[in-house]
Design a binder for this molecule. Structure first.
Ligand code: IVH
Length: 711
């Protein structure tokens, strides 16, 4: 039976995995796993938390709402919350929705508006005096991200409204990438060696949440507007709309792009028929949809029905059943991951499915293929799980021809030929050769990843060229590269070669936690790496730790501990770490305080707005000195660090009289703390002022080169 300790370790692992996938999905717009796989992780975590409620942590992903704004953009508080919708998954659920509405309206029969549910990015657009002044993403519904410059590049978002529009107007709409533009973009990305976007939604979100608006401008985005969130100052004689249908017409007349496929239905049966029709005709539409939104037409009735805290009672989202397609398996290939795991992949005859052309599907592992008795040449039914990566859901054995041949999982690595071994109790077969080129490639990519050593510019295309040219054989070789070596690579000019060498060099100084994560030890994710770095403070100490010493670290369980011991017991590991040290990778945290101890111990910081250093770095520097970072401002907060475009946290700090530091003052404070002068009471800044008295004014500006060298 499962012990509480095992459950706690697994819960910690799951939380960390989910966080990492959230980051890839919401921030990078580049998910690594399917929605179904993500849901499975969430379900497993929820199940553990249900069995052991005492294990629920306040920061568990089960406790939060999705879509938190990214720190890269300034936060914007929406004038009215941007609500979400309840789902109806069947015709019956639609009729129940109608019955609920009628009950609340005391028998009054509502008319409905039916709108295709665009799979894009929800935005709020503000107009003042007819001019577009601000655009933001939905974020968590209360606070979104300011993406005004990016939205200005979208042709169908009018910069100025037509006469007749109210003086102040806030509307809601959906930014999307038409299917044709999505496919063109992905073709171009594949040709450039960049990873394609999984679906038009991710492509739209990735394009809007760009730091450089000129990138957004090249992305052929469109925006359908579907709601008036606030309107004041209608011109003389103009009537505010009384229904959703009139609102759509008004929005169109003011110059917005309004979906021509929206419809008005007099009864719920008409609504049901319209939903069925869209489900059937979904593939014909030039934009991707994941359902239909059904709204009560009369605004007076909407008001009467009201909203719960997260969704209106007057609308519902009819979600389509997962779209399926039938196609043939042309081949089954096997890819090799970072840990040597062999993953079979079906190569399909290209087929259109849920807004994109699909030519491959994941097959998970050999058991999955055996259970389905899937053979090369078979006809299969595929489905997009949560509309991301397609999966094979059924095999049409009746359509099998004599040529169909069973698949045999190789017992040798398809890339290097070494033995591929399946350990007892595991579903996965692994290539045992740690020098396998496929593993090396994935290890380098993991090493360079944002949460690891964060080497910008070292993506798949560059890594492939480096490997092909024989310039690197493992991660340690990266640190021997010179700009001259790189400049000889295809598509790499002298300037980019120099930049890349500089980025690689900078990574030598990453904090220990990132180094531990970057090593790619099985089961050691970002969170475990942080705990281990804080506890051991030095890679050599970690390498010598026993299972008992490791499990003594809170949150580190047996699985993680054993995996670490196994990793460091391998002779290659010692040789590899020696080479890293030789290259100058920092393996100890000089002067790092054990968790909570240090010159900033007991001090709580809150970060807001955009800093020139990544937020993660700011957090790490505070933690390295023993301080703590919190997400919200309270009386117990010691400092609020305000970057550019700070949000409501700054106002809150001022209300509570919490000292506010700008970036220069913050860096100066870190420097002082590190130099041994603690951040004691007297040197803090008063509310409003932004530099500690006595801090050298130039410390912030002059810091760029300095702090890297000796932190
Ligand atoms: S109405 C309170 N209308 O679907 C009104 N939403 O789950 C709520 N969406 O976040 C939204 N097309 O991003 C509405 N015609 C449409 C829509 C639409 C797409 C998205 C929107 C929202 C999500 C609701």
């Amino acid at each position: 039976m499962e012990t509480k300790e095992a459950a706690a370790a697994r819960a910690a692992e799951l939380r960390e995995l989910i966080r990492r996938h959230d980051y890839r999905y919401y921030v990078l717009d580049d998910p690594e796993i399917t929605d179904a796989e993500y849901d499975a992780l969430m379900r497993e975590l929820r199940a553990i938390e249900e069995r052991f409620p005492e294990l629920v942590t306040p920061d568990s992903p089960t406790q939060r709402v999705a879509g938190q704004p990214s720190p890269a953009f300034a936060p914007v508080r929406h004038p009215v919350p941007l609500l979400s919708l309840d789902n109806a998954m069947s015709d019956e659920a639609l009729r129940e929705f109608d019955a609920r509405v009628r009950r609340r309206l005391e028998g009054e029969a509502p008319a409905y508006v039916v709108e295709p549910k665009i799979d894009g990015l929800s935005v709020a657009l503000t107009y003042e005096g007819g001019r577009f002044v601000r655009g933001s993403t939905r974020g968590d519904g209360e606070v979104g991200e300011d993406v005004t410059p990016n939205l200005r590049t979208i042709a169908t978002i009018p910069a100025a409204l037509a006469p007749g529009a109210p003086a102040r107007l806030v509307v809601r709409g959906e930014v999307f990438m038409p299917v044709a533009a999505f496919e063109r973009l992905n073709e171009a990305r594949r040709a450039a060696g960049e990873p394609p976007f999984a679906n038009p939604r991710n492509a739209a979100a990735g394009s809007v949440r760009q730091l450089d608006p000129s990138v957004t401008a090249q992305r052929s985005l469109d925006c359908f507007v579907y709601a008036i969130l606030a309107a004041e100052g209608f011109p003389e004689g103009a009537q505010p709309p009384a229904t959703q249908w009139e609102a759509l017409a008004a929005l169109r007349s003011w110059g917005f792009h309004v979906n021509p496929d929206n419809r008005r239905c007099a009864t719920i049966e008409e609504v049901v028929a319209a939903c069925r029709e869209w489900a059937a005709r979904r593939a014909e539409l030039p934009y991707a949809i994941d359902g239909v939104v059904v709204k009560v037409d009369a605004l007076r009735q909407q008001e009467e029905l009201g909203s719960t805290s997260h969704s209106p009672r007057w609308a519902v989202a009819y979600k389509f059943p997962a779209e399926q397609a039938r196609t043939r398996v042309l081949d089954i290939v096997v890819s090799v991951g970072r840990t040597g795991a062999l993953t079979p992949l079906a190569i399909l005859e290209p087929v259109r499915l849920a807004g994109s052309t699909v030519s491959r599907a994941s097959l998970h592992n050999e058991d999955y293929i055996r259970e389905k008795d899937l053979r090369v040449g078979d006809w299969v039914v595929i489905q997009k799980a949560g509309d991301v990566i397609p999966q094979v859901v059924a095999v049409d054995a009746a359509a099998r021809t004599a040529e169909a041949r069973p698949f045999v999982m190789p017992d040798r690595c398809p890339v290097c030929g070494a033995a591929a071994v399946r350990e007892e109790g595991e579903a996965v077969r692994r290539c045992v050769n740690t020098a396998c080129p496929a593993q090396v490639r994935e290890r380098i990519l993991h090493w360079a990843g944002r949460a690891a050593m964060d080497i910008d510019g070292l993506g798949p295309a560059v890594v492939d060229r480096l490997l092909a040219a024989g310039l690197v054989r493992d991660v340690a070789d990266l640190y021997r590269l010179r700009a001259e070596d790189l400049a000889s690579l295809e598509r790499m000019g002298p300037k980019s070669a120099e930049n890349l060498v500089a980025r690689i060099r900078e990574s030598l100084e990453r904090p220990l936690a990132r180094l531990i994560f970057a090593l790619g030890i099985r089961h050691v994710g970002e969170r475990a790496a942080e705990l281990l770095a804080a506890h051991f403070g030095d890679l050599d100490r970690l390498a010598r730790a026993t299972v008992e010493e490791l499990t003594a670290v809170p949150e580190i369980g047996e699985t993680i501990a054993r995996s670490i011991v196994t990793y460091f017991a391998q002779p290659e590991t010692a040789a590899f770490i020696a080479r890293l040290k030789e290259a100058g990778v920092r393996t100890a945290e000089p002067g790092r305080a054990p968790a909570g101890e240090g010159p900033l111990s007991g001090k709580t910081f809150v970060l807001t707005g955009t800093l020139s250093m990544p937020r993660r770095e700011a957090e790490e520097r505070i933690a390295a000195l023993g301080g703590r970072v919190s997400g919200s401002v309270s009386r117990r907060t010691d400092y609020v660090v305000a970057g550019e475009n700070p949000g409501s946290k700054l106002e809150r700090a001022r209300e509570l009289g919490v000292p506010v530091l700008d970036e220069a003052a913050f860096v100066a404070l870190l420097e002082e703390a590190r130099a041994g002068r603690t951040a004691g009471g007297g040197d803090a800044v008063g509310a409003g002022a932004a530099r500690p008295a006595g801090a050298p004014g130039a410390a912030g500006e002059g810091n760029g080169g300095n702090d890297r060298a000796d932190l």
